[in-house]
Write a protein that binds this ligand. Sequence first.
Ligand code: SF4
Ligand code: SF4
Length: 224
Amino acid sequence: MREDGLEGGAGVRLMFDGHAIEAEAGASLLQAWTAAGLPLTENVGCMGQGVCGACRVLVRREGERLADTALACETPAEEGMQVSFLDHFPARRPHAYDLRALTDSWTALDQIDAVFPEAKNCRHCSGCDRACPKGIEVQRMVNLAAGGEAFAAAALFDHCVMCNLCVAACPEHIDPAHLGQFVRRMSAALTLRPGDLIARLREIERGGQPIDPEAPGANPPPGP
Ligand code: SF4
Ligand code: SF4
């Protein structure tokens, strides 16, 4: 803690989970938090790669009335921001299914409806779209899936990081993130694997492409 009551370096000033911190200009919210020396025990995953969806935050920018959801690793710190980490939102109920049963494309619509019956109740409120920090057309995916269009629905979810913010936003308890994961699995189960991938895996099985764990760059650098 500095003499002026702030934590962190020089630059923009913001409130983060009740801490008045000062971040370097251009720093992400996650960088601002860690540079301030604050403990990061939850909401931590890939540490800045934007692929794990763990660093969910609620952000209100200076002068704005409404708050947005975002990922702290991808959102620049701004003067006057108010930020709070958000907990993980689990699905409201488990969605049990057998991956091996997903291979019959004639029953795709029935299977989606059996595992996610709420999907057809979408009220087109766009809450999931607004909540998504990746700009995914979540509502469209839900509607395509509810119509049995598993491939088209799955294609929309390539960049989902399973932050579950759309789960929290959905008033119909559709659990869009998990529906998206389901149609992606269904899509993979119904698709022939690429020939070059099959050939490469067989090559590895035969020992034709040995894996060298000691190769340069194969291991993370030793810790301090
Ligand atoms: S679709 Fe849902 S779970 Fe996926 S990134 Fe967007 S808000 Fe997060
Ligand atoms: S938040 Fe739920 S009900 Fe609203 S558009 Fe998205 S899936 Fe449909």
